[in-house]
Write a protein that binds this ligand. Structure first.
Ligand SMILES: *Cc1c(COP(=O)(O)O)cnc(C)c1O
Length: 304
């Protein structure tokens, strides 16, 4: 990459788009007359995985050669994807990390990967982190890291550009499924997915955080991105297993069994909860016979 390039060369990274759509035979679906498809966004790019590609690509184009500042927790898939993008595209990146105390300890594997990819890590205390979208707090953070001219990507990468980027996920699934299910953190992927589907197709969001605030967030993201509500979607808030990064023996056993049945690594923070929710809904009889259910594989396991 030469210094006169105005925008990062994303096409040069050869993303696999549209991502593959694969049918899996699973008796929990077939015995109810349903078909299960997996939308393999995990195969878009080995390092800019899944919805992180779809959300980051439009933002990196907008950033040009500016430094990119973004936000995340200690195990954030979004921070790792941003750091990898920085290395691959020759962009300077800063990750603002929740938790001042993390600065005192050896980096965990996820943050160590970010640092190895050249991301500068800046740790802030939890109360500052919570207020990071307030203009004064944000300006203070940027001043503190000498990044006043930086391009800022919000936590989880979800802004209007990102949501519009995710509408391509819906467009790729037009005519291919009746229900498309996706795991939700910020809800940006669901907001875009629902907007991209055809009328009559439904998007189902499975939040991995406990809280009950996500419906309002998805509506807000759609109005920022599209000027109003788009598409048909609903949330099932029963499958967070206690909250972000929380798990139970039952969820771990479910994910390990799914991996064994289908020979596919199941990412644990999001994808495991999504698949658990889709199977649970199937077993409750939530989908009529003949329904084609597509689950979006938004990520891949991180092995440190
Ligand atoms: C970030 C992430 C999500 C959540 O996406 P949102 O747009 O924030 O809802 C889902 N799955 C995986 C694997 C992720 O890394």
């Amino acid at each position: 990459m030469t210094s006169h390039d105005a925008v990062p060369d994303l096409a040069g990274l050869h993303p696999r788009l549209p991502s593959p759509l694969e049918e899996f035979t699973d008796d929990r679906f077939t015995r109810r007359g349903l078909r299960l498809l997996l939308k393999r966004d995990d195969l878009i790019h080995p390092e800019l995985i899944g919805n992180k590609w779809r959300k980051l690509a439009p933002n990196l184009s907008a950033a040009g050669r500016r430094m990119v500042v973004t936000f995340g927790g200690a195990y954030s898939n979004h921070l790792r994807a941003t750091a990898a993008a920085g290395r691959l595209l020759g962009l300077r990146t800063v990750g603002v990390v929740r938790g001042q105390e993390l600065a005192e300890r050896p980096l965990n594997a996820s943050l160590a990967r970010c640092a190895a990819d050249g991301m500068r890590l800046h740790f802030v205390d939890r109360s500052t982190y919570r207020r990071k979208t307030e203009p004064e707090t944000l300006a203070g953070i940027l001043r503190g890291i000498d990044a006043e001219d930086a391009y800022v990507v919000p936590e989880g990468g979800s802004n209007a550009s990102a949501v519009r980027g995710c509408s391509a996920l819906g467009a790729e699934l037009r005519g291919r499924a009746d229900v498309v299910a996706v795991a939700c953190g910020t809800g940006g992927t669901l907001a875009g997915l629902a907007a991209g589907l055809d009328p009559g197709q439904w998007a189902l969001g499975v939040p991995v955080l406990k809280g009950g605030f996500l419906g309002a967030d998805v509506r807000d993201l759609q109005s920022e991105a599209f000027g109003g509500p788009r598409g048909d979607w609903w949330l099932d808030e029963r499958f967070h297993f206690g909250g972000y990064a929380r798990t139970t023996h039952e969820l771990d056993a479910f994910a390990a069994d799914f991996e064994e049945r289908h020979g596919l690594g199941v990412e644990r923070l999001y994808v495991a909860k999504l698949l658990y929710g889709v199977v649970a809904l199937t077993e409750e009889g939530a989908f009529p016979r003949g329904t084609v259910v597509a689950a979006v594989v938004t990520g891949a396991p991180f092995d440190g």
